[in-house]
Ligand binder design. Structure first.
Ligand SMILES: [Zn+2]
Ligand SMILES: [Zn+2]
Length: 275
């Protein structure tokens, strides 16, 4: 597989307190694996203690985050293109804060995320009914996309590793279709996140059924490793590209300067051309 066309668009750093390594360390692995570049997308800082301060950089560390990315960018110039991104958690009422944050630097790319598996979100929205909670997630995914704050939404079936025993995509299909219709109308992209292969429901996020519904709606796909440790950079990208190819996608996308770039899968996937 020819990774030189691809960015890994989903990378964390030690600043979020549940990952290790700095951007330079992630860039070293990207260079080794022959990726075109990396978009560092650590969890967004949020003022106050209400929304999981233990799993994100503190607001006063934001400038350090920018500096570390700039250092990596300089160090790996010409070898790996290191870019500035962010993974921003959306929840209702939080839009003004995010709008301000997203203006604080020249971002190349911003993920919107609904982390329904984290305590603060569950405490606010989980009422004891798993199916209702999963349906609410799909409404929130579309609502977040409709805010216009993000370029793409992450791992669009994350409830499956929160409730692996209760995950049944069939019973959610109407809600998923409605959500994807709304997302398609915004023009946003969605992620194919390879880290799901190592989670309690061992499958990429999203799984095949949702990818097929995305293709029907022409929703662009961005591949991300969601690396929380440098060795995971570009992990399982071969499986992700093969899956997209098999389903019928023609492109994989990434964002630079908040503009979408589409790479033909034919340019990534060196097919075995036998006579
Ligand atoms: Zn994380
Ligand atoms: Zn992430």
């Amino acid at each position: 597989m020819n990774l030189t066309q691809l960015y890994d668009s989903h990378i964390h750093t030690a600043l979020c307190l549940h990952a290790d390594g700095e951007p330079v360390d992630y860039a070293a692995v990207a260079a080794e694996r022959g990726l075109k570049g990396l978009i560092i997308t650590d969890h967004n800082p949020i003022d106050g203690d209400a929304w999981e301060p233990g799993i994100r950089m503190r607001p006063e560390e934001f400038s350090l985050y920018l500096e570390q990315i700039e250092q990596a960018r300089e160090k790996w110039k010409g070898l790996v293109d290191v870019r500035l991104g962010l993974e921003s958690d959306w929840f209702p009422g939080h839009e003004a804060h995010l709008a301000r944050l997203h203006q604080r630097a020249e971002f190349d790319f911003i993920w919107g995320s609904i982390h329904c598996n984290v305590h603060a979100y569950a405490k606010t929205f989980y009422r004891g009914d798993v199916l209702e909670y999963q349906k609410l997630y799909y409404d929130h995914l579309a609502r977040a996309a409709e805010t216009g704050l993000f370029d793409a939404m992450t791992h669009p079936d994350v409830p499956k590793f929160m409730f692996p025993d209760d995950w049944n995509v069939e019973v959610l299909l109407d809600d998923i279709r409605r959500s994807l219709d709304r997302i398609a109308a915004t023009g946003l992209a969605l992620e194919l996140n390879t880290s799901g292969l190592h989670k309690p429901y061992p499958e990429m996020n999203p799984g095949r059924e949702i990818l097929e519904l995305m293709l029907e709606r022409n929703i662009p796909v961005i591949i991300g490793s969601d690396a929380h440790t440098p060795s995971r950079v570009g992990a399982d990208f071969d499986l992700a590209v093969a899956l997209l190819d098999e389903i019928g996608f023609r492109h994989v996308s990434y964002f630079i300067g908040r503009k979408r770039q589409d790479v033909p899968i034919s340019a990534i996937w060196d097919r075995d051309i036998s006579p």
